[in-house]
Design a binder for this molecule. Structure first.
Ligand SMILES: *Cc1c(COP(=O)(O)O)cnc(C)c1O
Length: 397
């Protein structure tokens, strides 16, 4: 049984804050302070360029990739770190399309995160081969998988509603129709059990600054199924994905296995913070995380519905059909969230009208959930959100 009172001590949460936004930016793992300081002073400071070898910087994207692989059901040697998630979406989708050259449709859904859709649009335009991005409603994805689909590209957990796709069933259906799959795990990795190998997913990508607590701008990851590792062409063919980067050949040859998905110089400082953040998962059973996350979300939904009748649930009620977040709709959602933040309850707002809360058992318990609902109920009952200062939109919502 995972000891969540122990994991809670591993994170810095500012005094007086109830942090329900770990689905957007995880809090600071206390160990990251020392790890990053050490990287800066003892490694960069003292070892200088020797650190690429002597401090293991060069191999860090692989080492960290394997650590993340253990959290998402990926065998060793199938995950590597680097770049941002948007870039990894491009890389995975481009490689998958090349592996299915006869087909022209990329199928996705309207619940996908816009960046994934924008990246697909940009890629298809530059390919200029008559591909089409088909976007259907989330409930219609299964029926839309047919023999024209080259790649099914989905985010497993909907960023706005928290609705969870059935990765295994949709992947099986895609394969039966001759399509490949690209799964975005942005709201899955660290939030719920993921079994990429068991689901036979072809490609997967994700970021590390949400439920994995790797820090703002932390490096993303990419997974390639073993069966594609030696055939997928890394479309972003940078020098560190080359078979022999330090031979400095003029022609590109992909490296062996997942190394080919590396692109340029890895973000070593960010990897140090992430490596420290991943220590928090040692001794954590993802089945316990799932059970507790569902319980916390259920409690929040029950209490909010009982005490805030004007808020409309925007998330599946059935815990097995959602990720680790809950959202409610209200026309004044933005102002309500600003009022909450002013009272120390931090969630976020997603246009047009959703207030969103992430539930992260590593550092959130029933006590914080009930405390947040007390404040939310007060804000709603007394219209505390109805002030001009809460209605001015900031750049990041
Ligand atoms: C958070 C998120 C992103 C963000 O991509 P970045 O390149 O890290 O800014 C992309 N896709 C999904 C599904 C996300 O949830």
């Amino acid at each position: 049984m995972t000891d969540f009172s122990r994991t809670r001590t591993l994170f810095h949460i500012p005094e007086g804050v109830i942090y329900l936004d770990g689905n957007s930016l995880g809090p600071l793992p206390i160990a990251a302070k020392q790890r990053v300081a050490n990287m800066l002073t003892a490694e960069w400071g003292e070892q200088l360029i020797k650190g690429w070898n002597s401090a293991g910087w060069f191999m860090q994207p692989r080492v960290t990739g394997d650590r993340i692989g253990r959290l998402i059901g990926a065998p060793a040697g199938t995950v590597v770190m680097g770049d941002t998630l948007s870039i990894k979406v491009h890389q995975a989708l481009a490689s998958a399309l090349e592996l299915n050259p006869g087909r022209k449709v990329v199928l996705s859904d309207s619940g996908n995160f816009p960046s994934d859709l924008y990246i697909a649009q940009g890629l298809l335009k530059s390919l200029d081969k008559g591909h089409e991005l088909k976007i259907v409603e989330p409930e219609e994805v299964e029926a839309a998988i047919d023999d024209g689909v080259a790649v099914l590209m989905l985010t497993e957990v909907d960023y706005r509603t928290g609705r969870l796709h059935d990765m295994k069933a949709l992947t099986a259906k895609a394969h039966a129709a001759g399509a490949l799959t690209v799964w975005d795990l942005a709201h899955s990795a660290g939030a719920l059990p993921v079994d990429l190998a068991g689901a036979e997913a072809d490609f997967a990508v994700g970021c590390t600054y949400k439920y994995l607590n790797g820090g703002p701008g932390g490096p993303a990851f990419i997974y390639v199924a073993p069966k594609h590792l030696e055939t997928a062409r890394p479309v972003l063919s940078g020098w560190l994905g080359h078979e022999a980067p330090f031979a400095f050949d003029l022609d590109y040859r992909p490296g062996g296995g997942i190394d080919r998905m590396r692109c340029g110089t890895p973000p070593v400082i960010g990897l140090a913070a992430l490596d420290a953040a991943l220590d928090a998962w040692d001794g954590v059973d993802m089945a316990d995380v799932r059970r507790q996350s569902i319980a916390l979300c259920d409690l929040f939904i029950r209490e909010v519905e009982a005490r805030c009748p004007d808020l409309v649930l925007n998330t599946p009620r059935d815990g097995s059909r959602r990720g680790s977040q809950v959202s409610f709709r209200h026309p004044e959602g933005y102002a309500i969230m600003q009022a909450l933040i002013a009272c120390g309850v931090i969630g976020d707002f997603r246009a047009p009208d959703a207030i969103r809360f992430g539930f992260t058992p590593l550092y959130i318990s029933e006590k914080e959930v009930l405390g947040a609902v007390d404040i939310l109920a007060d804000i709603m009952a007394n219209r505390l959100w109805d002030r001009a200062e809460f209605k001015r939109k900031a750049a990041v919502t």
